[in-house]
Design a protein around this ligand. Structure first.
Ligand SMILES: [Zn+2]
Length: 626
């Protein structure tokens, strides 16, 4: 008790001294741009209205009821949108079965279907339809999916794809993709899994660590079914929310596709069973992958060397996003450095073609535990102080994101700060809300390994399983600080970039902008070794592309000519070089007024669109080559 009291007294004394030395009136006067507080926009709550049926090539998502009630289809929506697979959502079994590919989601138990529906489903597969489903428990559908029994458990920690050669596993070529971890053994229970016992007609494509089947396929008549003993909520959305049971094998700097493998399975399934499939590619301009460059400027000595990074990037036809710590207070962690001449360096970066994001104000390791705050925080009244390693006073999540935006927007001409990265990548649960309400659009505060995802994704609102925020997340793939340091890890980084490129995924690189004499040279070495079909981009430009892509409305409809279809695309936002991939060689029909501007790749599989203006609709007649 006595020791406790002494500790408390010392702590109070330190806090008092810190406050006396760096009292609020020491805060320099800086010009700000006011940041209005926005209401939360609840537009993603009715999947049936958001994803209606509009063309035959769409995958039908049959959204089912089970005893557990209605589970949101958000995890599946993430997977399909990230892969650019066209789909609609329905509750109507007959409507779904009018399409060739059907996903039954989130599951089937004894209350989901009646025997009439079961007969319809069996007939659908027999006559050539394809179903992908997860967590089917009802005996009435055993003949379709090929299982005799199943066993639920929360103690299966690993999943391995078997050697069975099936087209749906064709993108899983690396060891990190052939075996994935479902959770850490430090937990006595992790996510639910359902291990199936296959019937003699089924083939096992993946097994759990207890040897039960995790992914089954079965041919029935002319058609085929796939059955997964996991929920995409657990293996995709839970991971993207970073609420997984530490399923990642590494934290950063490695290839960890634990959530991506399910997106790639769905992509391969769609491409295998659709007649003349069309997919919205993940990368613009017909390129294979993108490397997104970023720098964190979180030290007084990191400002001047930033210009060296910007210079080598320009020479190598690249650019980057600088995340700036707007440190205007002296505290236990560092002195203030958000003042001239550092601010002039930010203006130079911006006018030279770099983009600027926020890296908070006090950059606290305690950020993840900060209160949300009121939303009234503003530069005139917000006086946060780091007190030590992970403690702070007067700091809130709103304060860190909103006031840093006020300052960056006020100090840099034409700056509208929309990208955020948390100090030390510590993420509070309320981050999405604070960012959204302060006018941000993009975040990069997670690591790709930690969220097991190498594709950008819509960041869900807390608690994270029912509703997306308006933000998109771009998790960090490679950083510079882990031993032995970025300079000595270039070959390893290139290998991770290459693994992501094979999947059409992106790689985010974070290099702190100090020690430019070593690190800028290393970055240049990396840029020079990138294959030409990997895009080099700053984060903000790619993020704007990704958002427009994610919100794109598009359709492919038949015409009176059986070898010609009409691709119709409407973008709410300005976007360039959107790319559509076709399952068979195509060309753009001559009768199009857009012929001069849209282009076809040399292999006739990619159609690259010209710039679309906000609200513009483009109609492109596409002809299949013989
Ligand atoms: Zn930092």
């Amino acid at each position: 008790m006595k020791r406790y009291l002494i500790g408390l007294t010392v702590l109070a004394l330190v806090a008092f001294i810190a406050f006396r030395v760096h009292k609020p009136q020491d805060v320099p006067r800086l010009r700000i741009q006011a940041v209005p507080l926005r209401p939360l926009n609840h537009q993603h709550l009715d999947p049936l209205a958001e994803f209606p049926e509009s063309f035959p090539l769409q995958v039908a998502v049959l959204w089912t009821h089970t005893k557990d009630g209605t589970e949101s289809p958000l995890a599946l929506v993430h997977a399909l949108k990230e892969m650019g697979i066209p789909f609609f959502i329905t509750r109507d079994c007959r409507q779904a079965l009018r399409h060739r590919l059907v996903i039954i989601y989130p599951g089937v138990d004894s209350q989901t279907f009646d025997y009439t529906d079961a007969q319809r489903l069996i007939e659908f597969v027999r006559s050539g339809g394809t179903i992908f489903a997860q967590n089917v428990f009802w005996g009435g559908l055993k003949p379709i999916f090929g299982f005799k029994d199943y066993a639920p458990s929360r103690k299966r920690y690993n999943l391995t794809f078997t050697v069975a050669a099936d087209p749906v596993t064709k993108y899983l070529n690396r060891p990190e993709e052939r075996e994935v971890r479902l959770g850490s053994r430090s937990y006595s229970e992790i996510i639910w899994s359902n291990g199936y016992t296959p019937d003699s007609g089924a083939e096992v494509l993946a097994r759990f660590d207890d040897n039960s089947a995790a992914l089954l396929t079965k041919q029935l008549g002319e058609g085929r079914s796939y059955l997964l003993g996991l929920s995409l909520v657990d293996v995709v959305l839970r991971s993207q929310n970073n609420r997984d049971y530490e399923a990642e094998r590494h934290y950063v700097n490695c290839f960890e596709p634990g959530a991506d493998v399910w997106l790639l399975v769905l992509r391969a399934w769609y491409e295998t069973y659709s007649h003349r499939w069309v997919r919205l590619a993940t990368i613009p301009n017909g390129q294979r992958s993108a490397v997104l460059l970023s720098h964190d400027v979180d030290w007084g000595y990191s400002f001047a060397p930033s210009l060296d990074f910007a210079r080598i990037e320009k020479v190598n036809q690249a650019a980057s996003t600088f995340f700036i710590q707007t440190k205007y207070v002296n505290d236990a962690n560092s002195k203030a450095f958000f003042f001239e001449p550092n601010l002039e360096i930010l203006r130079q970066l911006k006018s030279g073609g770099s983009t600027i994001g926020s890296h908070s104000i006090i950059h606290s390791r305690g950020f993840a535990k900060f209160d949300l705050g009121s939303g009234d925080e503003t530069y005139a009244t917000y006086h946060p102080l780091g007190l030590g390693f992970d403690t702070a006073s007067g700091a809130t999540v709103f304060g860190e994101v909103r006031v840093s935006k006020e300052l960056l927007d006020g100090q840099i001409p034409n700056q509208d700060t929309t990208f955020f990265r948390a100090g030390h990548l510590r993420v509070p649960r309320s981050l999405a809300e604070a960012l959204e309400r302060s006018g941000y659009q993009f975040d990069s505060s997670f690591t790709a390994d930690d969220v097991l995802s190498n594709f950008p994704y819509a960041l869900p609102r807390d608690p994270g399983f029912d509703e997306d925020s308006d933000l998109y997340e771009f998790p960090v793939t490679i950083e510079d600080e882990e031993s032995p340091g970025f300079v000595r890890r270039i070959p390893q980084a290139l290998e991770v970039l290459s693994a992501n490129a094979e999947n059409g995924a992106v790689s985010v690189i974070l290099v702190h902008s100090n020690e430019s004499h070593l690190k800028a040279a290393a970055e240049e070495q990396l840029l020079k070794q990138l294959p030409p079909d990997i895009l080099k981009s700053d984060m903000l430009s790619f993020a704007k592309f990704w958002r427009a892509r994610d919100r794109l409305q598009w359709s492919v409809t038949t015409t009176s000519n059986p070898n010609q279809v009409m691709l119709r695309v409407t973008s709410a936002e300005s976007v360039s070089s959107l790319t559509f991939e076709f399952g068979q060689p195509v060309t753009i029909s001559n009768h199009s007024s857009n012929t001069e501007t849209a282009t076809v790749s040399p292999n006739h599989r990619l159609v690259i669109l010209p710039e679309l203006k906000p609200g513009q609709t483009l109609s492109l007649p596409i002809r299949y080559l013989p």
